[in-house]
Design a protein. Structure first.
Lengths: 419, 377
């Protein structure tokens, strides 16, 4: 099996590297972008450091924006026909939620960077044909809050990732420990650690297999190629890389002992008030007492602009549908309050949210003048506990959702799911 | 009771024997009443409400099948107003509430159909013959089983007239398909200390959460004697019971101190059941035993796993306002000391199982072998 795996992986990876340099900030008409390392990886930002995004709904129409400054009032769905959108008077437009990354008058297209003329005549930057936007969910440079944090959000917006200086066949995986090197098919790469193997090689061949490298080609930076008993093997930071064969999981590696994932960028530690716990829905974030933490997300999937509806000022019915009137919603979903000396860390920040979140269920959330409380937020999403959870690890608030619209979801720690 | 001192060693030996049987193409069903290994492994492959159903639902239900949420919504006087105001036909409450999360926010205009039949399936959980209140139960009406025993299954009154949970109903079919497709639903039963599969006065039974997939043969039957690994990441889904085997039927005793937790994945939603006084009645003969699991199911937790029903309500044909009121009204177990209202409901399910080799996570060699098996499926 070892030889088979080596051959398959070798074929996958065997080609000459074509290194591509990440564009740096430019001047004199060039795109005013930067590359910033984040917990999600290297991303393009504007000159202020704000993350740039692409809109997947535009993939079918390259070079043409589908994000307009138009306020829609009607939604349609296969099940329910055409019906009004809630709170249409206060509904934001796509441009309000996703401001286009506009170009200066003297901007000039260059290489992968092009300029698209929007309706109305403004010019917008595009990278490899994908129009670029910023997000109102981002509050400070380095935030990547515009990307979904769980599958329920079903967001069509993704951060514009800068190209990686990696050999072909490698990519990055987001896991609890940080960004981890992985093969193209999503298997994490491992390196040896000091621990003693629990099995002896006389009983079985080793579980983890070297990641085969081509015997020719150039390699640079932290990457290397080492000799693995006649075969060439990739290395990173001087450590040979290994991978699990198909069908094996993290648990098998743990049982094996003596291995660790190959971390490319270690995750920023989470605040002391945030803990983690493995539950039936996977490893999730909890309060310091072990109570499950939930985020609220919302998408108007029946609206032509496919906008999120979980920002302050969006329709309140997406809350009230799940928890009733303002008082009842406040009773069921309690903001997880930071302690007085709490400090943000990495993707965990401290925000203020309205409590109660709304007054009129047919109106908007977060009206001016409503009382505010401080709350822990993960990637810009306020964290809540659920009133029906009676004990640590219970997840009765998970997947409380309003069809393809709003949803409360237990917040998963990045990494592989249970199954 | 068995005398094997080391359960792990025992399980490993079964794995080897089973592997040889499969390689040799031999019949894999246990032919003799002796269980030489002392251990019987099972994995649950089917789970259905234990309902007494005739060909005509009107024989059992006062007005036939229940009207669903949409039908009730359209019968509400303010249906069009709510639809326009909140933008969704399922927003039935005054604040646009979905009824599965706020079932008390509105009443169904169409009265619910009541289960009238006196015949039902279940176990006698409270030990009475008349359903009178006891320190741990509320007064309730018993069913008489087809063999004349007074049994408890109040949950049947909550779901019995809902099309989705009846035979070939959408909810029942969907859940049972998800038992096949999703490892969240992997529930393993391990019976240890078995000296005689026909009669043994004392066996130990442990329910585990498993992590592997099931396999069916081309005819759609579950394949017996495959390896199923215990999911060591989720020890909270482990329950231990004592029992016995009488004339080939496993009978377990309730543990009054235990709350058994069982995982559930249903319609893209993951949750759990919490059952007190969990009991099994399981004829063990053959590779695919079928029997009953019963106990007092926590009402709040049970209602929580019904939340996926709002996605499926048109197909499932249930209406949460009526169903929730029935759940409250028929709850018959574990009264709240403050309010006196029962917090759990007697429930009984028909389960199907298939024999399996249960691999413990502490046995690394076996775990690797099981991983190979799983990878090849």
């Amino acid at each position: 099996m070892a030889a088979t795996a080596m051959r398959a992986l070798g074929a996958l990876l065997a080609c000459v590297f074509a290194l591509s340099a990440a564009p740096a900030a430019a001047a004199d008409g060039q795109p005013p972008v930067q590359v910033r390392e984040t917990e999600e990886g290297a991303i393009f930002t504007n000159s202020a450091g704000m993350t740039l995004y692409v809109f997947a709904l535009e993939n079918a129409t390259p070079g043409k924006s589908k994000c307009y400054d138009k306020r829609y009032t009607i939604q349609s769905g296969r099940q329910f026909g055409t019906i009004p959108l809630p709170a249409p008077d206060t509904r934001k437009t796509c441009v309000q939620k996703w401001p286009p990354f506009l170009a200066a008058e003297d901007a000039k297209a260059s290489g992968d960077w092009s300029l698209i003329v929007r309706e109305g005549g403004a010019r917008q930057w595009a990278y490899q044909g994908h129009l670029l936007y910023t997000s109102i969910k981002d509050r400070k440079p380095g935030d990547v809050n515009g990307e979904a944090i769980n599958e329920r959000e079903r967001s069509a917006w993704m951060a514009a990732m800068a190209p990686l200086d990696f050999p072909p066949g490698f990519k990055l995986l987001r896991r609890e420990e940080g960004l981890v090197l992985a093969t193209a098919d999503g298997r994490p790469a491992y390196v040896r650690r000091g621990g003693r193997l629990q099995r002896t090689s006389s009983q079985f061949s080793e579980l983890l297999q070297p990641i085969a490298a081509p015997s020719f080609g150039r390699i640079s930076g932290k990457w290397g190629i080492v000799d693995a008993g006649g075969l060439k093997q990739y290395a990173f930071n001087g450590e040979p890389l290994y991978v699990l064969p198909d069908g094996y999981t993290d648990a098998d590696v743990e049982n094996e002992g003596g291995w660790a994932t190959a971390v490319y960028r270690r995750a920023t530690p989470i605040p002391p008030q945030i803990h983690t716990r493995t539950t039936i829905v996977g490893k999730i974030y909890t309060t310091e007492n072990g109570m499950s933490l939930y985020s609220f997300s919302c998408l108007e999937s029946g609206a032509p602009d496919y906008l999120s509806c979980d920002d302050p000022g969006d329709a309140a019915v997406y809350w009230s549908a799940l928890c009733g009137d303002a008082k009842e919603c406040s009773r069921r979903w309690r903001p997880y309050r930071p302690t007085a000396n709490a400090r943000p860390s990495g993707e965990w920040t401290i925000q203020e949210v309205s409590d109660p979140l709304f007054i009129d269920p047919a109106g908007a959330t977060a009206l001016p003048g409503t009382p505010k409380v401080k709350v822990w937020a993960y990637r810009g999403r306020p964290m809540y506990t659920f009133v029906d959870d009676d004990e640590p690890g219970q997840i009765l608030g998970h997947d409380i959702n309003y069809f393809a619209r709003s949803s409360f979801t237990a917040v998963r720690v990045p990494g592989p799911g249970l199954y | 009771m068995g005398s094997q001192p080391d359960g792990r060693a025992k399980v490993f030996r079964i794995g080897l024997l089973g592997g040889m049987a499969v390689l040799a193409g031999a019949a894999v069903g246990p032919a003799a009443s002796q269980s030489p290994s002392g251990t019987i492994g099972l994995v649950i492959t089917g789970w259905h409400h234990a309902l007494f159903e005739t060909d005509d639902v009107k024989n059992e239900c006062s007005t036939g099948l229940n009207a669903d949420d949409t039908t009730n919504a359209e019968a509400q006087a303010n249906f069009q107003e709510l639809r326009k105001k909140f933008g969704h036909p399922y927003s039935r409450g005054p604040n646009g509430e979905l009824t599965n999360y706020s079932p008390m926010s509105v009443e169904d205009p169409i009265p619910a159909s009541e289960l009238l039949t006196k015949v039902g399936y279940g176990l006698n959980l409270d030990g009475t013959t008349d359903g009178r209140a006891t320190p741990k139960t509320c007064k309730h009406e018993k069913f008489t089983s087809p063999d004349g025993v007074q049994v408890d299954n109040q949950l049947a009154r909550v779901v019995g007239c809902t099309k989705g949970w009846r035979k070939s109903g959408f909810s029942d079919d969907f859940y049972n398909e998800e038992i096949y497709t999703n490892p969240v639903n992997r529930i393993l039963i391990e019976i240890t200390g078995v000296d005689d599969e026909r009669n043994d006065p004392r066996v130990d039974v442990t329910i585990y959460k498993g992590e592997d997939r099931l396999a069916r043969d081309p005819a759609g039957k579950y394949i017996p004697f495959l390896t199923q690994r215990i999911d060591g990441r989720l020890p909270e889904y482990t329950s231990k019971m004592r029992g016995r085997i009488v004339d080939g039927v496993l009978i377990t005793d309730p543990d009054p101190a235990a709350v058994s937790r069982l995982p559930v994945r249903w319609i893209a939603s993951t949750g759990e059941r919490r059952i007190r006084d969990l009991q099994l009645r399981l004829p063990l003969a053959g590779p695919r035993p079928e029997g009953m699991i019963a106990g007092y199911e926590d009402s709040k937790v049970w209602w929580n796993i019904q939340k996926a029903h709002h996605i499926a309500m048109p197909a499932a044909q249930n209406s949460p306002p009526s169903q929730y009121r029935m759940l409250t009204r028929y709850a018959d177990g574990y009264p709240d000391p403050k309010t006196g209202r029962c917090t759990a409901i007697s429930a009984a399910y028909r389960i199907s199982t298939v024999r399996a080799y249960i691999a413990h996570p502490t046995a690394p060699q076996q775990r690797l072998a099981a991983a190979n098996t799983a990878a090849s499926r």
